[in-house]
Design a protein around this ligand. Structure first.
Ligand code: NZQ
Ligand code: ZN
Length: 381
C-alpha cells in the first residue's frame, strides 16, 4: 500500500424521504440565504422542486434560484453562479441534480471566496482552494459519484478543454433512489456505465498485489453489472436503481483509491472528446472503454483476466472484453462515435485535435502516446 490520508467529509443520507431528514438536521448550521441550484427543469416535472422548496421554507430560508445548469457544465455558467452568490450574499449552496449541477456548484462555491480565477490558479500556479461557501447535494441522477468528492469536471469553452477542477466537497449528500425513478432508461444505463468505468479505471492503475482496494473495486464492478442486468428486465426496479446509486457513490468517494494510483486514461480521452462535441459522458465512455482495453490487453492481461473471472464469470481476458461489449449492446448504449449526439461532425481530423489535447496518464498499465490515442479514437468511428 502507498502512503495515504483518508477522511470522509460528506455525511450521507440514503433512502426514501432522506431529503427531509437531511435538510431539517443540517440547514440550521448555516445562514439564512440558500442558493437552490438545478439543471434544465427535470426537477419541476417530477415534483422534487416543490418538495425541496417546501422543506427550505419550513427551515425559514430565503431561497435564491440558479437554474439551467447544463450537462457538461461550462466555465461561463460557473461565473454566472458566482455573480449571483456574491450579489445575494449566499450562505449555503444546495445542488439538486446530477454530476453536472453538483460539479458546477462545487466550483461556484470555491470561486466565490477567491480573488483570482480558479482555473488559472490551479492550472498555471498549481495552487488549490482551501475554502468555499458550504454546500450540500441532493442527487437526482446517479453515476458520477460527484456528491462525495471535491473534484469537479468543467468545460472551458474558450480553451476547448474539459477537465478536473479541485473545489468544494459537499458537507452532506442525499441519495434517495425514488428521486431517480423519472430518469430515462438511456441515462440510467449510461450513468451506471460511468460507475463501472470509475471502478475499472481505478482498478487498472498501479497497486501492489492483493491490495484490498482492488478487491473492493471488483465487488463494485460486479454489483454494478448485476444491477444493470436487473434493470434490463425491469427498468423501474427501484431496488436496482438504489443499488446503483450507492455503487456510484462508493466508486468515487475515495475508498477505492486508498494506497494505490489510478488509471483514468479513458476518462481523460472522453472528457476531451466532450470538450469538442458536448457528448454524454457515460455514452462516450461506453464507446472508448472496450477499445482502450483491447489496445492495452498485453500490458494488462493479468488484471483483465481477474476482472473477467470476478465480474463476468469468464475465464480469459478476451472473453471478459467480449462480455463487456455484449453488456454495452444489451443496454442499448452507443458503440460508435457517430451514434453519439454531438454539436460537431465527428471526423478523423476532429479526433486528431481531441487526441492532441488529451491529458496522458502515467500510472496506467501502458502509457499511450497522443498518436495512439488518435488510433484508439479512429477505431471508435
Ligand atoms: O438538466 P435536467 O433537466 O435536470 O436533466 C438532467 C440531464 O438532462 C437529467 N436528469 C437529472 N435528474 C433527473 C433527470 N431526468 C429525469 N429525472 C431526474 N430525476 O439527466 C441528464 C443528465 O444529467 P447530468 O447531471 O448531466 O448527468 P451526470 O450525473 O451523468 O453528470 C455528468 C457530468 O458529470 C461529470 C461528467 O463529465 C459530466 O460533466 N463527471 C463528474 C465526476 C465527479 N465530479 O466526480 C466524475 C465523472 O467521471 C464525470 O466526469
Ligand atoms: Zn465518469
Amino acid at each position: 500500500m502507498n502512503k495515504f490520508t483518508y477522511s470522509y467529509p460528506t455525511k450521507v443520507y440514503f433512502g426514501k424521504g432522506s431529503a427531509k431528514d437531511a435538510l431539517t438536521q443540517e440547514l440550521n448550521q448555516y445562514g439564512d440565504t440558500v442558493l437552490l441550484a438545478y439543471g434544465g427543469g427535470s426537477i419541476k416535472k417530477n415534483g422534487i422542486y416543490e418538495e425541496i422548496l417546501e422543506l427550505l421554507k419550513e427551515s425559514n430560508k430565503t431561497v435564491i434560484e440558479f437554474a439551467g445548469i447544463m450537462s457538461n457544465p461550462t466555465y461561463k455558467k460557473v461565473q454566472e453562479g458566482v455573480k449571483i452568490v456574491k450579489e445575494h450574499e449566499i450562505d449555503f449552496i444546495l445542488a439538486v441534480g446530477g454530476g453536472s449541477v453538483i460539479d458546477c456548484c462545487k466550483v461556484i462555491s470555491a470561486q466565490s471566496l477567491l480573488d483570482e480565477d480558479i482555473w488559472e490558479m490551479e492550472y498555471i500556479k498549481g495552487k488549490f482552494p482551501t475554502d468555499g461557501i458550504p454546500m450540500g447535494a441532493i442527487v437526482t441522477v446517479s453515476g458520477t459519484g460527484a456528491e462525495m468528492n471535491g473534484g469537479a469536471v468543467i468545460t472551458h469553452e474558450e480553451k476547448k478543454w474539459k477537465g478536473g477542477i479541485f473545489a468544494t466537497t459537499p458537507t452532506f449528500a442525499v441519495l434517495d433512489p425514488t428521486y431517480t425513478m423519472s430518469v430515462p432508461r438511456t441515462q440510467v444505463l449510461s450513468g451506471a456505465f460511468d460507475t463501472l468505468s470509475h471502478a475499472m479505471e481505478t482498478y487498472f492503475g498501479n497497486s501492489d498485489q492483493d491490495n484490498v482496494s482492488d478487491d473492493v473495486a471488483l465487488a463494485i464492478m460486479k454489483n454494478t453489472v448485476d444491477n444493470m442486468l436487473r434493470l434490463l428486465t425491469d427498468i423501474h426496479d427501484e431496488q436496482a436503481r438504489g443499488n446503483l446509486m450507492w455503487d456510484s457513490a462508493m466508486a468515487e468517494n475515495g475508498i477505492l483509491k486508498c494506497g494505490r494510483q489510478t488509471d483514468f486514461q479513458v476518462h481523460q480521452i472522453e472528457h476531451q472528446l466532450a470538450a469538442y462535441t458536448d457528448c454524454n459522458h457515460g455514452q462516450g465512455l461506453a464507446i472508448i472503454q472496450p477499445r482502450y482495453y483491447r489496445y492495452i490487453l498485453d500490458h494488462a492481461r493479468e488484471k483483465l483476466t481477474k476482472l473477467a473471472r470476478v465480474v463476468f464469470n469468464e475465464d480469459t481476458a478476451e472473453k471478459g472484453l467480449d462480455a463487456l461489449d455484449d453488456l454495452i449492446k444489451e443496454c442499448g448504449l452507443p458503440t460508435k462515435l457517430n451514434d453519439l449526439s454531438s454539436t460537431m461532425k465527428i471526423t478523423p481530423e476532429l479526433l486528431k485535435q481531441v487526441a492532441d489535447t488529451t491529458n496522458i496518464i502515467q500510472s496506467n498499465p501502458y502509457t499511450l502516446s497522443k498518436h495512439e490515442v488518435h488510433e484508439i479514437l479512429l477505431e471508435c468511428m
